[in-house]
Write a protein that binds this ligand. Sequence first.
Ligand code: NCD
Length: 326
Amino acid sequence: MSDFLTIAGMPRQELLRLIAATRKNVPIAEGRSPNRTTLSGRVIANLFFEDSTRTRCSFETAVHRLGGQVFNLTPSGSSISKGESLVDTARNIECMGVAAIVVRCAVSGGAKMVADGVKCPVINAGDGRHEHPTQAILDVSTLMEEFGSVEGRTVAIVGDITNSRVARSVTHALSTLGSHVRLVGPPTLVSKSFERITQGPGTVSTISNLDSALDGVDAVMMLRVQFERAAGGAVSSDYRQMFGLTPQRIAKLAPHVIILHPGPMNRGIEIDDRVADDPQRSRILRQVTHGVAARMAVLEMVLLETTSEKSPVTNSNSPAEHRIGV
Ligand code: NCD
């Protein structure tokens, strides 16, 4: 029994094992193979203090595919709107006998706060600007389906890097697995501190010119500007021209290069319609299927690989907001 809070500090073997489990789950996630019953009799709580479409629905679907039951709690319609805290809410939900809590919140380090406050396992579904570890698993799984291995591959991640929990988690994962990560965007949205994320043989660099950054890449991951995290001020009217993935830009890419986006997309800002919907290159909807498969793998790891005591799978020093660093 353990928490799943971060990719930072996660050993390579552990990461590869989760990704392998994810890939095996894909036929079930597609509805082509029969569901399992490994979570039969268990109830999972989805505590979503921030909006979500893909993450919340894929956790729900993953629980169903594993034969468990799941309920959702969101601020509207619950006592969260009356000011009840994250941890108080989680403690009350735990007393209803849930097997695990999946939490998304706006506070960086919030998933660790919840994990410290309850005895059941906690899965981080995105905490502020900190981490989104299941997103990293699904992203790498999608890349590995394409390329076999990500070792030696170059991935450009483009957009609002500083405010992105997706960028942080996936950079940790890719660098652990030996990829070369180029973080691209306006200097105000690309913190140099990300260059210190070098968990393994991979490399991490920051660059502010998209056209140079795309030279020689194998995959491009586009990110949304996190307007809800006050990033909007850093975006000028020429954002699309400078950092948008347009048909003109993808026309210059090698034929094998694929496009990813965690969603939700802001079409016409970071990505044009013809790129998002490009049947040859876009793997954006494929990521969603891998999302169900990844959440199945994480739920099984957290709930079935039991020890008597709760022990974090990943870095237990998951930082609070003021100590996020990289
Ligand atoms: C991302 C998130 O919430 O961090 N979306 C997701 O989980 N698929 C990215 C975003 O909101 O921009």
